[in-house]
Write a protein that binds this ligand. Structure first.
Ligand SMILES: Cc1cc2nc3c(=O)[nH]c(=O)nc-3n(C[C@H](O)[C@H](O)[C@H](O)COP(=O)(O)OP(=O)(O)OC[C@H]3O[C@@H](n4cnc5c(N)ncnc54)[C@H](O)[C@@H]3O)c2cc1C
Ligand code: SF4
Ligand code: SF4
Length: 393
């Protein structure tokens, strides 16, 4: 029996899902990410987990066929609740119209992120919006199989590594399954989010926080975090450079070990369709309603193309080259591969965080020259700002 090395394990859970003896449970690593733990007393060494692990045996992937800029039409409320251009909603509504089900990520009451199941638009609503934290997907895999075996159409939206995990768990092709993944900057630690939120409110008060990343209301698309204050019910808002949790994510300090060398960001994709933000859209299509959010959309399979064709009428859709998306995003084409540098202080950050809590870790690792320079840079006109950029590591 062999599981992935710690630094390549994404926590997808395929190993635990296929184990016939339920011998694989979970423990947290030093950074607070769940990692599989084998109970040697139960393991019969059948090798099922090793075969299912996408880090050891990658799933079949397919090349990008088409790329688009996309924005949901005629559904302003849903577009307003979506992080980018709302393609997730367009695809999900078509799946509901076919009598299908949708899997996507929701907040639990204590602000953990997990993949849940929706049968209708009301259950879909909490899935909208990016939750910038590692989410757990593995408890959904068995239910996905049940839905597929019952003949339901299933749209499964998840991080690329979760899509890989689901594929390896199912072990066969299902015509009714459509897989939707993200362009992905990495998933931050649930422990980091939990300890950061401790500085805002008590655990039992978390449901009232209504935590959102990149809330568009009001002001349109931006890179910020918002929440409802405890004493004052007005929404609080902090830009990514000013908010320490967001800043730790933005500088790759708090993401999972596997994210630094992730192999899912290239032009061969595990999912049928890939969504993301169209950063740099103002240079490509300045006439699109950019403040409302524009999605980058990749079509990677015939199944993906067929579903997109069905929903094309509900989207403003403009063809682009994948390289136009890749120019400003975590998509690696033309032979490029992703290699985020592991920050030198990452291990120390998590050590202090786990031992002393968020405030100490923030003081020691997040009040630094790089952040001050970035804050100054954000206030300056583009020419001078580019000059300052040279001094930021
Ligand atoms: C951790 C993370 C990193 C990302 N990195 C990038 C990036 O580098 N570049 C980029 O262009 N886009 C990135 N995205 C995707 C982007 O933020 C939007 O989620 C995406 O463009 C969808 O926009 P939408 O308007 O179509 O969907 P929305 O209507 O906003 O729906 C959000 C979708 O994201 C899913 N989702 C939200 N949070 C999670 C999560 N934690 N785990 C799994 N699924 C989740 C939901 O299930 C839903 O399908 C990232 C998303 C996440 C969660
Ligand atoms: S199957 Fe997934 S969770 Fe299990 S070892 Fe491999 S990457 Fe990690
Ligand atoms: S960067 Fe890769 S390993 Fe990390 S969350 Fe995204 S898809 Fe998973």
């Amino acid at each position: 029996m062999r599981l992935a090395e710690h630094d390549s394990c994404t926590g997808c859970g395929a190993c635990a899902a296929v184990c016939p003896k339920q011998a694989i449970g979970w423990k947290n690593d030093a950074a607070g990410f769940p990692v599989p733990a084998v109970d040697a007393a139960l393991c019969v060494d059948c090798g099922a987990c090793e075969r299912a692990c996408p880090a050891l045996n990658p799933p079949v992937c397919s090349p990008i066929r088409k790329a688009y800029a996309a924005q949901l039409k005629n559904h302003p409320a849903a577009l307003g609740e979506s992080t980018s251009g709302g393609v997730f909603t367009a695809l999900a509504l078509e799946v509901f119209a076919r009598g299908g089900v949708v899997y996507g990520c929701v907040w639990t009451p204590d602000c953990r992120a997990e993949i849940a199941r929706a049968e209708n638009e009301a259950e879909l609503a909490p899935m909208r919006g990016s939750k910038y934290v590692w989410s757990s997907a593995f408890s959904a895999y068995a239910r996905v199989r049940e839905d597929l075996d019952a003949g339901r159409t299933v749209l499964f939206s998840g991080l690329p590594c979760q899509i890989a995990g689901l594929k390896k768990t199912l072990r066969k092709e299902y015509e009714g399954l459509v897989l939707l993944d993200h362009l992905c900057a990495g998933a931050p630690s649930p422990m980091a989010l939990d300890l950061y939120l401790d500085t805002i409110c008590k655990k039992e008060d978390r449901p009232a926080l209504n935590l959102k990343f990149r809330d568009k209301n009001p002001g349109g698309v931006g890179v910020h975090i918002t929440w409802t204050g405890q004493q004052n019910p007005a929404r609080r808002k902090a830009e990514h450079l000013r908010n320490p949790y967001y800043y730790a994510f933005y500088t790759h300090l708090s993401i999972r070990s596997s994210c630094y060398t992730c192999s899912y960001g290239g032009e061969n994709r595990a999912a049928d369709l890939t969504m993301g933000d169209f950063w740099g859209i103002s240079k490509v299509f300045p006439d699109m309603k950019i403040k409302d959010g524009v999605s980058a959309l990749l079509v990677n399979s015939e199944k993906g193309a067929a579903l997109l064709e069905k929903v094309a009428g509900s989207l403003e859709l403009r063809a682009v080259e994948p390289a136009q998306i890749a120019a400003a995003n975590n998509l690696f084409v033309g032979g490029k591969t992703r290699r985020f540098t592991v920050p030198a202080n990452r291990a120390a950050f998590f050590e202090v965080l786990a031992a002393h809590g968020w405030a100490d870790a923030e003081k020691r690792f997040l009040h630094n020259r790089g952040r001050s320079l970035r804050l100054i840079k954000a206030l300056l006109p583009p020419g001078i700002s580019r000059l300052i950029g040279k001094f930021i590591k």
